[in-house]
Design a protein around this ligand. Structure first.
Ligand code: C2E
Ligand code: CA
Ligand code: CA
Length: 641
């Protein structure tokens, strides 16, 4: 029945429950005492009827005040234990004092006054026991002292009425104690159930905020932590940075080695990153192959970039598994509060923008959000706004760039390239407006008029000349979009067998299955399928093999000055070899000089597109271009512009 020292939560609950009843107990005790004192003031001596009650009241008041002061702080379980054992000890002293005082009053006064003493003792002890229900030792001590003394005293009095009262009181107190024991057991169970529920909900909370694969905080935890950290930074005027990490080359690993290795890789990436994150960095996995950092009080921008470099370098070290050794890299985008953003959401978005920008321009590096990015965001927002309202049929046009087979020096086709002349913004490059329309999700509204225009022009070309047309991932991911493209091709006078549709590798990041089936459908129409910007993406070979490709287009970045850059030379060489192995034609883009053409011929690259032959031209210039070239002697045909 002692205090449950081994159950801190129960102890604290007991303390809390008792705290509310303690003042009530003293109110009962003192009120009853003063009422009894009042009925005896005229008959008993003043020291007994007045002085002792004053002393007892003072003692109780001191105790109450001490207690109420300690109530202001939530007690630790040691404090609660000490307070409760003190109460246990005090209970017996107070019981003895009040009982003694009451019995001293007994001899004074008539039978009514005597009965009042008996009634005072009986009723007060019941009230006190009730108030002490959460402190069983105190309740039992008080019951034993008061009832014991009461019983012995009145038994000795020889008065039958008082003996009867003593028996009644003893029985009621006994019943009260039994009820109290039952009640206490229920109380204990309730508290234990509550503790269990709390533990369970804590565990649920932990699991709901944990990424089960990497055992890092998940997206939900990240954003809730970001909210808190941001409020803190705002309040204290300190800086805060967000970094978003995206793995480069994760998807091919997943494709090539399966999800088992993919999962292991993500776990190991999480471990490596966690190992490099200092105390002030909160690391989380946002989902897929994206991780994120919240950095409290970053020291400086160069140091953030240095941290980014450290993380990138660490992830470039190959991961060795029993099944395979895999190598990936990562790009990181950082944004800093208060320099780059005024809210938590902005901070995240800007870090994401820096990442997006980094992925396009310097993969495998850490990029800090800059004022240039800010200007770009504004510019893109403006482009989006104007483009949404534009009369696309009127403002969009198509130009054509020839693709030449250098072996026979023959133009084999043209690539259609979009142009937008806006009455508001003037001429806007497709490098700007195409990504904006893609990100805003309305590229298909552009694709339709562009494809119609390109097909209308191409329908007038000589039979041997092909048309290449660029499609975005989104053109292929919705069944309606695909149907629309097919209906435009059918409605034109151009033979689909002369049409090549160009798709970039980045399109496969969206939904490989969907893209694959869309491409297969288009191939079945007779269209050729070209893989655009080959070499800069990270598609695995297994993925490329799964697509019914007819051509690959080697990106300009590898072609520029390849005769002077051994690295570029080697890459083009191996890309060409890869194309040959896969039985695909290779178009080499962005060829600008005779030296590049010569080097490419050496390597066996014959299909060439670039400023060396011609810049993209208007429809009206095409027949002149074709006629002029076919009329030139073979060796003079190149370089017309
Ligand atoms: P792309 O498909 O890789 O197109 C080739 C780009 O390289 C064209 O830029 C072309 O003008 C440029 N180019 C060709 N030869 C040379 C050269 O020798 N040197 C240099 N420096 N550049 C050369 P453009 O027309 O600005 O198009 C840029 C990109 O916009 C295209 O890249 C393509 O991704 C996208 N795009 C253009 N038209 C369309 C379209 O109708 N639909 C879609 N979805 N995307 C389009
Ligand atoms: Ca293209
Ligand atoms: Ca290209």
């Amino acid at each position: 029945m002692s205090i449950p020292l081994d159950k801190p939560e129960l102890l604290k609950a007991q303390y809390r429950a008792f705290s509310y009843q303690l003042p009530l107990m003293y109110v009962i005790l003192l009120t009853n005492t003063w009422v009894l004192a009042a009925t005896h003031m005229s008959v008993a001596p003043a020291w007994l009827a007045v002085c002792i009650p004053i002393v007892l009241t003072l003692v109780c008041a001191v105790r109450l005040m001490a207690w109420s002061r300690s109530l202001r702080v939530t007690p630790t379980h040691e404090v609660a234990a000490r307070a409760l054992s003190r109460t246990n000890r005090l209970a017996s002293i107070i019981a003895v004092a009040f009982t003694g005082w009451a019995l001293l009053l007994f001899p004074y006064g008539d039978a009514y006054a005597k009965s009042h003493v008996a009634f005072y003792m009986a009723i007060t002890v019941i009230g006190v026991i009730f108030c002490l229900m959460h402190l069983r030792p105190a309740a039992f001590t008080v019951a034993a002292i008061v009832n014991g003394v009461f019983f012995i005293f009145f038994a000795l009095s020889g008065n039958a009425v008082f003996i009867a009262i003593a028996i009644n009181t003893g029985l009621v107190s006994g019943t009260m104690l039994i009820t109290l024991l039952i009640q206490y057991r229920d109380f204990t169970r309730l508290i234990e159930a509550k503790i269990e529920t709390e533990a369970l909900s804590n565990e649920n909370f932990r699991l709901a905020n944990l990424d089960s694969l990497t055992e890092l905080p998940n997206r939900r935890a990240f954003f809730s932590h970001l909210g808190e950290a941001f409020s803190q930074a705002e309040a204290s005027g300190q800086s805060l940075a967000v970094g978003i990490i995206d793995l480069d080359g994760f998807k091919p690993v997943n494709d090539l080695y399966g999800h088992g290795i993919g999962d292991k890789l993500l776990y190991e990436v999480g471990q490596r990153l966690a190992g490099l994150c200092a105390q002030n960095i909160h690391l989380a996995r946002l989902g897929g192959d994206e991780f994120a950092l919240i950095i409290s009080r970053p020291s400086s921008e160069p140091e953030l970039l240095a941290l980014g470099e450290t993380l990138c370098t660490a992830l470039r070290v190959p991961f060795i598994f029993a099944e395979a050794a895999v190598q990936i890299s990562c790009s990181i985008g950082f944004a800093v509060y208060p320099d780059n953003a005024g809210s938590a959401a902005d901070l995240f978005e800007r870090a994401d923008y820096a990442l997006y920008h980094g992925k396009r321009t310097m993969r495998g590096k850490a990029v800090l959000f800059s004022s240039d990015h800010d200007a770009e965001i504004r510019r893109d927002a403006r482009i989006e706004q104007v483009l949404q309202m534009a009369d696309l049929q009127e403002e969009l046009s198509v130009v054509f760039q020839p693709i030449v087979d250098v072996r026979l020096d023959e133009t084999i086709g043209f690539e259609a390239l979009a142009r937008w002349t806006s009455p508001v913004l003037g001429s806007v490059s497709p490098v700007q407006f195409i990504p904006v329309a893609e990100r805003a999700g309305f590229i298909n509204r552009l694709t339709r008029p562009l494809l119609e225009k390109a097909l209308t022009v191409a329908a007038n070309w000589p039979a041997g000349i092909r048309l290449s047309f660029n499609l975005s991932a989104q053109d292929l991911t919705s069944p309606e979009g695909l149907l629309h493209i097919i209906s435009i091709i059918h409605a034109s006078r151009f033979d689909p067998k002369r049409l090549d549709l160009e798709i970039t590798e980045t399109a496969f990041a969206a939904d490989f299955g969907q893209i694959q089936s869309a491409i297969t459908t288009l191939k079945a129409l007779g269209c050729g399928i070209s893989l655009d910007d080959f070499g800069i993406g990270y598609s695995s070979l297994s993925r490329l093999h799964a697509l019914p490709l007819t051509k690959i287009k080697i990106d300009r970045t590898f072609v520029t000055d390849l005769h002077r850059k051994p690295a570029s030379y080697k890459i083009v060489k191996s890309l060409l070899a890869l194309g040959r192995d896969m039985g695909l034609d290779c178009v080499i883009e962005g060829v600008e000089t005779q030296e590049e053409v010569t080097a490419l011929r050496e390597l066996g690259g014959f299909l060439i597109q670039g400023y060396f032959y011609s810049r993209p031209m208007r429809e009206a210039d095409i027949s002149a271009f074709l006629n002029l070239r076919s009329s030139l002697p073979f060796q003079n045909r190149a370089r017309l512009h």
